[in-house]
Design a protein around this ligand. Structure first.
Ligand code: MLT
Ligand code: ZN
Length: 476
């Protein structure tokens, strides 16, 4: 079923299909119902959508010219267009809320250039994020964006969502690693925001307006990312603590007392460890501990890195750590990160009744947030699988219901609303990296005032006066 709401958008009729086929070639235009179903979803569970949102057609452009011609057609006919990366999104950002055309960027997947002088890579939006690292490696360089989905997600989707991930504390989120974007505006015009330049105050910073704009302003057709030196030694510390409170209280000391800037500081509570070991079939040590930290250190000199991790390990033990495990080879590091990166999948594999959240608070407020999360879980009889990017104050709070209660939706919704009100009180916000999309749109007014929401609407209108690009996302 497609939703052509209030006659606002025109349907994709045979005339439109004919024009799309002319622009893209018939092999790049699909209205096969199975394909349409797959390309109308992301990783948000079905519990969120009241309707079965479906595209009318899916197209697979191969270059910027085709994207531009597509947008000229969509503007002329007033057809809804929803851009899509690899479908790993967690907010319904790629769900076609008004039917129309889904644009998959999977065939625009070339790495166009690695430039070791300017320390940049220029890539198409359908490149898998981890591939950029592989391409940069022969130059002794890396792309530092590291979302948990990096082996599957596309760089275009990462930019659209301003994906964060595990190395934000040292390198920043995706936007901080992007220097330039070629974009197609809803009118079909093609332009560049930014470039290979390291500094640019000519006009407004449109690169970083588009990063995180969830595909409502323009379509990204090329990305210039920063590359940074690839460290020659990496060590991960796995540090169990008796309680989450102790683990979290140690986090600021890493930077202030040990004076080390790790690449990652992640945490997993006891329930996260349990669910993930059930899912991947192997467990991490000290599964009964209240919480584990994962701290990743990078360097080029093995001796000085060893000094750093020994000093940090001592500081952990002095702050109540039960043990410090050092993963300093590929196997042990992969095992550790597989566990960390599989928590989200484990939740979705074992539960259907849950709130899967992405709140952020100032780092000083993380202990209070976690106390409140425990209180909320107890009050509503929910399990809390809480983990994430503790170094950034970005915690994935998962409120899970074991039992099959008829009122599960309203119980989880009440718990979610309490979590949001606590988060707002602590100076936090709704989403750190998963985005607003369709899923969180109705909660925006808890965190942003009318002045800001009005401004977002006017910016959207300035880019997209007909409202054809990714309609129904972020704000109405
Ligand atoms: C993660 O940190 O594991 C990812 O953001 C995925 C998630 O939490 O759902
Ligand atoms: Zn995350």
């Amino acid at each position: 079923m497609s939703l052509i709401k209030d006659g606002k958008y025109s349907p994709v009729d045979s005339g439109v299909i004919g024009e799309l086929t002319e622009i893209m070639g018939s092999e790049n235009v699909s209205f096969d119902p199975d394909k349409i179903r797959v390309y109308s979803r992301d990783e948000v569970g079905g519990q969120f959508w009241e309707s079965d949102y479906l595209a009318e057609v899916v197209v697979f452009p191969r270059n910027t010219e085709q994207v531009s011609a597509l947008m000229r057609l969509a503007s002329r006919k007033v057809i809804a267009v929803t851009p899509r990366g690899a479908g790993t999104g967690l907010s319904g950002g790629a769900v076609p809320a008004f039917g129309g055309i889904v644009v998959s960027f999977e065939k625009m997947n070339r790495i166009l250039e690695c430039d070791p002088v300017n320390l940049t890579a220029t890539v198409e939006p359908g490149v898998i994020t981890a591939e950029i690292c592989r391409a940069a490696m022969p130059y002794g360089l890396q792309y530092a964006g590291d979302p948990c989905s990096g082996d599957a997600s596309f760089i275009g989707g990462n930019v659209a969502e301003n994906a964060g991930g595990n190395k934000v504390i040292k390198y920043g989120a995706t936007g901080a690693n992007v220097l330039g974007l070629e974009v197609v505006l809803p009118s079909g015009e093609v332009t560049w925001f930014g470039g290979k330049r390291r500094k640019d105050v000519t006009g407004l910073d449109l690169v970083h307006l588009v990063a995180g704009s969830e595909g409502i302003l323009c379509l990204i057709t090329k990305v210039i990312v920063k590359l940074v030196p690839l460290p020659s030694c990496i060590v991960d510390l796995l540090v169990p603590f008796s309680t989450m409170e102790e683990a979290i209280s140690f986090v600021p000391k890493i930077l202030t007392e040990s004076r080390i800037v790790p690449a990652s500081i992640e945490c997993m509570n006891k329930n996260s460890l349990k669910i993930v070991s059930r899912y991947i079939g192997s467990s991490l040590p000290f599964e009964e501990a209240g919480a584990h930290l994962i701290i990743q250190l990078e360097g080029n000199d093995p001796d000085s890195l060893a000094d750093d991790y020994e000093r940090l390990g001592q500081a952990c033990l002095s702050s109540g750590a039960l043990e410090v495990f050092v993963a300093d080879n590929r196997n042990s590091r992969d095992r550790l990160w597989k566990a960390r990166k599989s928590v989200a999948e484990a939740v979705m594999a074992f539960y259907t009744r849950y709130a899967k959240e992405d709140v952020v608070v100032p780092t000083s407020e993380v202990p209070e947030l976690m106390r409140e999360v425990d209180r909320i879980c107890e009050h509503y009889g929910l399990e809390g699988v809480n983990y994430g990017h503790v170094g950034d104050g970005n915690i994935h709070v998962n409120l899970l219901m074991e039992e099959d209660r008829p009122d599960w939706k309203s119980v989880i919704e009440s718990a979610r609303m309490e979590l949001y009100s606590v988060t707002a009180r602590l100076g936090g916000t709704l989403s750190g990296e998963h985005g607003i999309g369709l899923k969180r749109k109705k909660y925006m007014t808890i965190f942003l005032d009318e002045a800001q929401i009005g401004l977002i609407r006017r910016i959207k209108k300035a880019f997209d006066p007909l409202g054809i690009l990714n309609p129904g996302k972020i704000v109405d």
